[in-house]
Write a protein that binds this ligand. Structure first.
Ligand SMILES: [Zn+2]
Length: 337
């Protein structure tokens, strides 16, 4: 019979503790032990920070580990739980999904106790860690093969009060972009499950599969800014500088803002992230691979917008996304300056 998921230590113990979240074995995999850090200073905000949800997005894992280094000196109240690697099997394989069952952890929440290993991880996190927090930061990066500015993201939330609280938290990171990202494939996402329980959930996104010191510093500064805004640590928030720009932009994007490749080929980007474009501006060029006589195809902006993501790894298949555009945020009932 399966053991229940459990923690190897008491999260209610005051002060700093480390231990493991144990995900029980199943038919497909032996028991997993996920390292957990907890710093409990009793009264105050309750925050859960997770990284490694997708195994090929390692910036978040590194920032979560850095947080564990400086938090014991800095935290003045409340409770912070850090789980740097949500999906160790995907991180070990450096793949988005779990190799064993092929599942995307961020589409199987709240998980299943009798499911495959990815579902059992989601079940353990949903049952044992999610109830301990009112605010969750899930640290992702955009993953290869994309270029993406340091950003916090959320989906549109029907509950306007929770949406306003979530936007306030997302903006508190003071990263170059705060993005309200509407898309269809949201069933089973960690944030949807947390938001359905009334929790504030912010997803941080960054980069495209290459980890650099300067970029990590921006990401870490964003997380520190958010902890200051929550009152968990003292200090003054700073606007991290990204490509000489300091100001943050609040944008929204939906499926109609995706630009797709009309054919297989090599994509040459002609714009960088956060560039503003107007209708007809050249975003990139698709070069055919198998013919020197076939013409290259220009991919142009359909409307005035800002480039929020663009392919950096150049090989694309027909119908694959090559860029995402965004516009200043206008959500029904709410407009951000
Ligand atoms: Zn991700």
């Amino acid at each position: 019979m399966n053991q229940a998921p459990h923690l190897t230590f008491d999260l209610d113990k005051p002060g700093m503790s480390t231990g493991h979240l144990v995900v029980p074995q199943g038919a497909d995999c032996k028991e997993l032990s996920l390292p957990v850090f907890s710093l409990n200073k009793r009264k105050g905000p309750r925050l859960l920070v997770t990284g490694g949800n997708h195994g090929n997005e390692l910036e978040g894992v590194l920032v979560a580990r850095r947080l564990i280094e400086w938090l014991p000196e800095a935290q003045i109240c409340g409770r912070v739980i850090v789980l740097p690697v949500l999906n160790p099997l995907a991180v070990e394989a450096c793949s988005r999904n779990t190799p064993l069952d092929g599942l995307n952890l961020n589409r199987v929440f709240p998980g299943r106790a009798d499911g495959s290993v990815t579902e059992r991880i989601a079940d353990a996190v949903s049952r044992l860690l999610l109830p301990m927090a009112d605010t969750i930061f899930d640290l992702h990066s955009f993953g290869p093969p994309w270029d993406f500015p340091p950003a916090t993201t959320t989906h549109p939330i029907a509950d306007t009060d929770l949406m306003a609280k979530t936007m306030k938290m997302a903006e508190a990171f003071k990263l170059p972009m705060t993005l309200v990202w509407e898309y269809d494939d949201t069933a089973g996402m960690f944030d949807i499950v947390a938001q359905n329980q009334g929790k504030v959930f912010v997803c941080a996104e960054f980069g495209g599969g290459t980890v650099g010191a300067a970029n990590l510093a921006i990401y870490e500064a964003g997380v520190r800014n958010a902890l200051i805004a929550l009152g968990l640590v003292e200090g003054k928030a700073e606007h991290p500088t990204f490509r000489q720009e300091k100001s943050g932009q609040i944008l929204e994007t939906n499926p109609s803002d995706e630009l797709k490749s009309p054919a297989r080929g090599i994509f040459e980007p002609r714009r960088s992230v956060l560039d503003e474009v107007k209708r007809g501006d050249l975003i990139g060029i698709l070069h055919p691979i198998d013919s020197l006589s076939a013409a290259s195809v220009d991919i142009r902006a359909p409307t005035r917008s800002t480039v929020c993501a663009i392919r950096s790894g150049a090989h694309v298949d027909a119908g694959e996304e090559v860029a995402m555009l965004a516009r200043p945020l206008k959500v029904s009932g709410m407009e951000c300056a």
